[in-house]
Design a protein around this ligand. Structure first.
Ligand SMILES: [Zn+2]
Length: 300
């Protein structure tokens, strides 16, 4: 399956939406880093949410979705460039997860992403390069699943009525797949009279129910295109595809950038990292290993 996100409108542009399905991007992420299933599930789901959110924003540069918490999964990061390159990573304590599951007798059960993060934040950032202002949104991680956490952001910070479902599965070939669907009320220009508002509220509720009716086996059905799924769900709601964007795995790490970061560190921290006169660093996203001589860092 191709990795795509489709932008669509419903009900004569009263509402907008996105539907995403990721497969190859996730296979690439997991070919560079091997995560236990619980963490892989969280990474896959975060990647789908990251692509959905990025596709809602107008930007030229980099969108980053980051979640940090005090749980055994301390960090989840997905970034998406405006030209469709995606990468994700996680930081976690495998031992703590194993112990927690042993204690609760939930070994092998995939638990919802926020569960492992504990208390923390969901943050997203848009970076459009030097000389531009960084745009940032933050919300507490609260909700029984990742979709609920993201919806709190739209409710509290943007005050835009939004509805969202996220899906994640490991298929029979052992490959992770993730998907999501979101609809949102468009900001209305000018006033709407009360009768119209009531009609729209009813239509909006119908769309929410239709969105909720999408099943995991449908979104991951290789015989169904995303367009097919949208038509199945919303054919009575004048669904119109606006844009079809493709996504690929891509890492933006490079030697020079890493050298700059290392060179800005304190001398004692650099000394701590030295092994046989060399510093070795591994990219958390793509697993690329970089090695530097101490003399390179000093010269830099
Ligand atoms: Zn990398």
């Amino acid at each position: 399956m191709n990795d795509k996100c489709i932008s669509f409108n419903l009900d004569n542009n009263a509402f907008r939406g996105r539907i995403v399905r990721l497969d190859n991007v996730l296979q690439d992420i997991f070919s560079h880093w091997v995560y236990p299933d619980n963490i892989a599930s969280a990474v896959a789901e975060t990647t789908a949410l990251g692509v959905l959110l990025a596709s809602l924003m107008k930007f030229d540069g980099l969108f980053t979705l980051q979640m940090q918490g005090n749980g055994p999964l301390s960090l989840l990061v997905t970034d998406v460039t405006s030209d469709g390159k995606v990468r994700s990573c996680a930081k976690y304590d495998a031992e703590a997860i194993k112990k927690a599951q042993e204690l609760r007798k939930t070994e092998g059960v995939i638990e919802p992403t926020p569960h492992w993060l504990g208390q923390g934040n969901l943050i997203f950032t848009i970076d459009q390069g030097p000389k531009t202002e960084l745009y940032q949104g933050v919300v507490d991680l609260q909700g029984k699943n990742l979709a609920e956490c993201a919806l709190r952001y739209f409710k509290n910070s943007e005050q835009i009525d939004t509805h969202l479902q996220l899906f994640v599965q490991k298929n029979e070939n052992g490959n992770w797949q993730a998907g999501g669907i979101l609809i949102q009320k468009m900001p209305t220009a000018g006033g709407v009279d009360a009768a119209d508002a009531e009609d729209m509220a009813e239509v909006w509720n119908e769309d929410k129910i239709l969105l909720d009716s999408l099943k995991q086996e449908e979104i991951f059905d290789a015989d169904l295109s995303l367009e097919d799924i949208l038509f199945r769900l919303f054919h009575e709601h004048n669904v119109r595809v606006v844009k079809n964007s493709a996504y690929l795995f891509g890492c933006r790490c490079n030697r020079e950038k890493l050298l700059n970061t290392l060179s800005s560190m304190k001398q004692e921290d650099i000394d701590d990292m030295l092994e046989n006169g060399k510093i070795t660093a591994t990219c958390n996203f793509c697993g690329q290993i970089y090695s530097f001589e101490k003399s390179e860092l000093l010269k830099h």
